[in-house]
Design a protein around this ligand. Structure first.
Ligand code: ADP
Length: 229
């Protein structure tokens, strides 16, 4: 079953940034989008979300699916003046601005899953980078039905904290049956957690399973030259 299909999309700002990009995301998979800086990863995720216009092509989302999105965090967002619970609940869009009992139950469920269940009253701005990311993921989980998209969620985190976050994402994929699409510059980690890899450089260089990627000429060249090799 296909959760999302991206059909031959082209996106331009001043120049063409993405050209003829096609891939599909199977339900329950964990796709990592990798590539060099400036290769178009963030633009692609924004195009999938409808945040940048397509010059051509289409993006089709399964009609039963809603996306929860974790963007790259800006400095201002790190200082956002709200409690953890307020931020997580704001992902529950059913009855905003009034939250129902069910909203609170859903928020608690995802806070527990993200291991921030006891932090509801704490001020978001005072949390560590890793804790803040868990809060942002819990918020996106409240907003999703079946698909979570994340843009470089471990940037700036120390390696052990990053590993814990990847492990939590893997648990979400397995236990909650959530399809995951994640942009990452960390190819070595991506390969340990992802089921599929999409490697782009303005267009698709490789799309397939993680094992196929490891054995592909493209994957070997990229991994061999990376700092994680
Ligand atoms: P990545 O996420 O792989 O680092 P991006 O999608 O951020 O790549 O950027 C791809 C290219 O698009 C880069 O050359 C970047 O400078 C350009 N770009 C990104 N956003 C904009 C924008 N809002 N306006 C013009 N050019 C942009």
């Amino acid at each position: 079953m296909i959760t999302l299909s991206c059909n031959d999309i082209t996106v331009s700002y001043d120049d063409v940034v993405l050209s003829s990009v096609s891939f599909s995301l199977e339900k329950g998979s964990f796709l990592c989008i990798v590539g060099e800086n400036g290769s178009g990863k963030t633009t692609l995720i924004k195009a999938l979300l409808g945040l940048v216009p397509l010059q051509s092509g289409s993006v089709v989302l399964d009609k039963h699916v809603s996306v929860g999105y974790v963007s790259q965090q800006t400095l201002q967002q790190k200082r956002f003046p709200a409690s953890v619970l307020e931020i997580v609940l704001s992902g529950c869009r059913s009855s905003f601005p009034f939250y129902t009992k069910n909203d609170k139950k859903v928020a608690k469920h995802y806070m527990d899953l993200m291991q921030i269940g006891d932090m509801g009253k704490r001020s978001y701005s005072e949390l560590s980078g890793g804790q803040q990311q868990r809060v942002r993921i819990a918020r996106a989980l409240c907003a999703q039905k079946g698909l979570l998209m994340l843009d470089e969620p471990v940037t700036g985190l120390d390696p052990l904290i990053a590993r814990d976050l990847y492990t939590l994402l893997k648990q979400l994929q397995n236990m909650e049956d959530i399809t995951i699409l994640m942009v990452s510059h960390d190819i070595a980690s991506a390969l340990s957690y992802a089921t599929h890899i999409l490697h782009i450089d303005k267009t698709v260089c490789f799309f397939g399973t993680s094992d196929e990627y490891k054995n592909s000429a493209y994957g070997q060249r990229f991994l061999g030259g990376s700092e994680h090799a």
